[in-house]
Design a protein around this ligand. Sequence first.
Ligand SMILES: CC(C)(COP(=O)(O)OP(=O)(O)OC[C@H]1O[C@@H](n2cnc3c(N)ncnc32)[C@H](O)[C@@H]1OP(=O)(O)O)[C@@H](O)C(=O)NCCC(=O)NCCS
Length: 179
Amino acid sequence: MRIAELKRESESHVAQAAALLAQAFPHSYADCAREEVEACLEEGKIALVALDGDAVIGFVGAMPQYGLTGWELHPLVVEEARRARGVGRALCAGLERRLRQKGCLTVYLGTDDEFGKTSLADADLFEDTFGKIEHIRNVRGHPYGFYQKIGYKIVGVIPDANGLGKPDIIMAKSLARGE
Ligand SMILES: CC(C)(COP(=O)(O)OP(=O)(O)OC[C@H]1O[C@@H](n2cnc3c(N)ncnc32)[C@H](O)[C@@H]1OP(=O)(O)O)[C@@H](O)C(=O)NCCC(=O)NCCS
């Protein structure tokens, strides 16, 4: 497996990355996965793929949001059959290496809980916000657990972002401060 920059002219890789997104997030990308991948290829952004031979088995994008010091990681996907083998970790490590070179201090992301996968779902997160974050439980394999494993911290939530009781969980990692 190797991590490489996704190039607009690699038509097959762009199509495969879009297919991975559509499979993983049918509720979001069933009919616009291609546009999402193309948006990640715009000037100034970063798009990486994990390749096994010529097969795209993972995809990650990132865009600058606060000059070059704060970048948003979005989206991230690993082919279902290849999960839990370090592909997501390798993609994020490749991304972080490139972000450091660009002067990024903080990389952040929002990871939605639309399907009741954490204890933050179906709760009023305007009440005791930080207590609920502190005691978060991963009920059904929500990806926040993955991001914690690779060094991200939960730094906030957007209550009801996706509907009542369906928050976005905001996570961030420092590329400038010590581990
Ligand atoms: C989240 C995702 C990208 C992780 O990729 P992956 O290749 O399976 O992850 P890795 O194998 O690199 O995992 C790294 C570590 O995180 C752990 N991990 C992975 N997914 C996890 C989860 N959902 N909850 C808790 N821990 C998790 C692994 O066990 C591993 O731990 P270890 O280092 O102790 O062995 C992948 O599961 C995926 O594509 N999910 C669907 C799309 C998605 O949810 N994207 C993120 C949206 S914000």
